[in-house]
Design a protein around this ligand. Structure first.
Ligand code: ADP
Length: 490
């Protein structure tokens, strides 16, 4: 590829449109299907004769659809890089922010430029900015003109033209149907966030990239650790993973290392999730946080249905100034939103643990407001159990709320909610919720009392840790060693 570029450079082609550092398919990971489909576009440039003779349909426009940060731009650049052709890119929103008539003429210029530089790829990012359905109530003349110009440019391509238009969007649904007609963007490729294996590949691609000074960075991470990381990075897009690696490199750099290790990546994840660190608190305040988070982490670890612990921290962070217990994301549960009674009851224990811990350590008169956020959650869980999902022993307390849409002021719809419970039933519901809450609180307090040695050890470790953070593994090790059998065998 570099040689082809060099040859073109010698012939005096304007190089500003060629990537100095061509992106290649090997730079894009976790999107095997998209790469395979785009190979054909590369073939079209590299073996045009054979392509024509084979009678294969000449690609004209390729639309990459998918959420932001999944590598659509990167893929387009990789096609240009692999084929060694010019790459002209523009964000469609730049067209529409201009004065009337300017957008259309920019489109004309762009296509003319591409023809003069051919073979070339035009890449239009966020094409929905110009490609929305024309006319309609919120019609926009400028945008319509720009879109018309783009359509007519694409229609005007000769078969011999060595120019392919690629575009990206995450709003295919709003695109004007005229754009995706044959001869225009008739190849649609979906690009999604990487799956389990894909995330590992993306991490490896970015971990293997050279440092700004050209030096190769390297990593010392086992396959097992990569699996663990992929598990923790569920739902991360390629761009988010690239970000994590960047942060990890900076963190390692602060310690004078160029070899990235597992811990750098998990620390980068902490920064991403919890925000950067803030000024440390006074010892007294720290102890309060430790009492709360250690109880939460302990109870989470003892609850079999609750997701495994990722980490627990009392280091004040931008997003969580009061410390946080972080659990692994359960992708499936998040997708289906299906919770069992057992899960919700265990969750209730975990959110009550902080307050129970405070009472145990400081005494009933000394509990503080620090647990506020979790107590609000507790109420919500109890209401889910008793009313919304009617999973308590009396399913008859099920929500009888009905909601029906009402028109108000023209097209605007409003949901009106009517409670159908009688006052009698409401009192029963209230009692049941109160009973459940008190019972769970008593249970969780007893659990902490039973495991007081383990609890104290967790508080101590959390406060003594230089980063005031314990990994899930460390908490599990302490719990395995100190918790009582009865709870471990649950
Ligand atoms: P999109 O165009 O889909 O919004 P980009 O291609 O601009 O996403 O991605 C931004 C950056 O994120 C890329 O430059 C790259 O560093 C990283 N990235 C995103 N997806 C991937 C991927 N599939 N493989 C490797 N890196 C990726």
């Amino acid at each position: 590829v570099r040689m082809r570029q060099a040859q073109r450079q010698m012939k005096g082609t304007k190089l500003q449109y060629l990537d100095q550092q061509p992106v290649l398919f090997s730079d894009v990971a976790g999107v095997p299907g998209a790469k395979e489909e785009l190979m054909e576009v590369v073939d079209f440039f590299l073996k045009p004769q054979r392509f024509r003779r084979s009678g294969a349909k000449i690609p004209r426009g390729v639309l990459l659809c998918g959420p932001p940060g999944t590598g659509k731009t990167l893929l387009a650049r990789a096609v240009a890089g692999e084929a060694g052709v010019a790459f002209l890119s523009l964000n469609a929103s730049e067209f529409v922010e201009m004065f009337v008539g300017v957008g259309a003429s920019r489109v004309r210029d762009l296509f003319a430029q591409a023809r003069s530089l051919a073979p070339a790829i035009i890449f239009i990012d966020e094409i929905d900015a110009v490609g929305r359905t024309r006319g309609g109530a919120q019609g926009n003349d400028e945008r319509d003109q720009t879109l018309n110009q783009m359509l007519s440019e694409m229609d005007g391509f000769q078969n011999s033209a060595q120019v392919i238009v690629m575009a990206a969007t995450n709003r295919k649904d709003v695109l004007d149907p005229a754009l995706i007609r044959p001869g225009r963007f008739d190849r649609i490729i979906y690009v999604g966030a990487p799956d389990f294996e894909g995330r590992i590949e993306v991490l490896k691609v970015h971990l293997g990239k050279p440092l700004p000074n050209g030096e190769r960075r390297s990593y010392d991470i086992s396959e097992e650790e990569f699996h663990e990381l992929s598990f923790q990075f569920q739902r991360f897009s390629g761009a988010m993973l690239a970000n994590i690696v960047n942060t990890a490199v900076i963190l390692a750099g602060r310690e004078g290392r160029t070899v990235i290790v597992y811990r750098d990546l998990t620390r980068a994840l902490e920064e991403e999730r919890l925000g950067p660190r803030r000024e440390p608190y006074s010892d007294e305040r720290q102890k309060r946080l430790a009492v709360q988070e250690a109880a939460t982490a302990l109870v989470c670890t003892l609850m079999p249905a609750i997701e495994p612990l990722t980490l627990v921290t009392i280091a004040p962070r931008e997003k969580y100034p009061l410390g946080q217990t972080v659990l692994k994301v359960n992708e499936q549960r998040e997708r289906t939103h299906m919770f069992t009674r057992r899960y919700l009851e265990e969750q209730l224990y975990t959110v009550l643990a902080g307050r129970a811990g405070e009472e145990l350590i400081y005494g009933g008169d000394e509990v503080s407001t620090i647990n506020q956020r979790r107590l609000v959650l507790a109420r919500r869980i109890v209401s889910k159990l008793v009313v919304s999902n009617a999973m308590s022993d009396d399913p008859d307390l099920a929500d009888r709320t009905i909601s029906h849409p009402v028109r108000s002021g023209g097209r605007h719809l409003r949901q009106i909610v009517t409670k159908k419970h009688s006052y009698e039933t409401l009192r029963v519901v209230d009692n049941e919720m109160g009973r459940l809450l008190n019972q769970s609180y008593a249970d969780v307090k007893a659990m902490l009392e039973r495991n007081r040695g383990c609890y104290d050890e967790l508080i101590r470790s959390l406060m003594a840790d230089s980063e005031q953070t314990l990994s899930g593994e460390r908490v599990r090790a302490i719990v395995d060693q100190h918790a009582c059998r009865e709870d471990l065998d649950r």
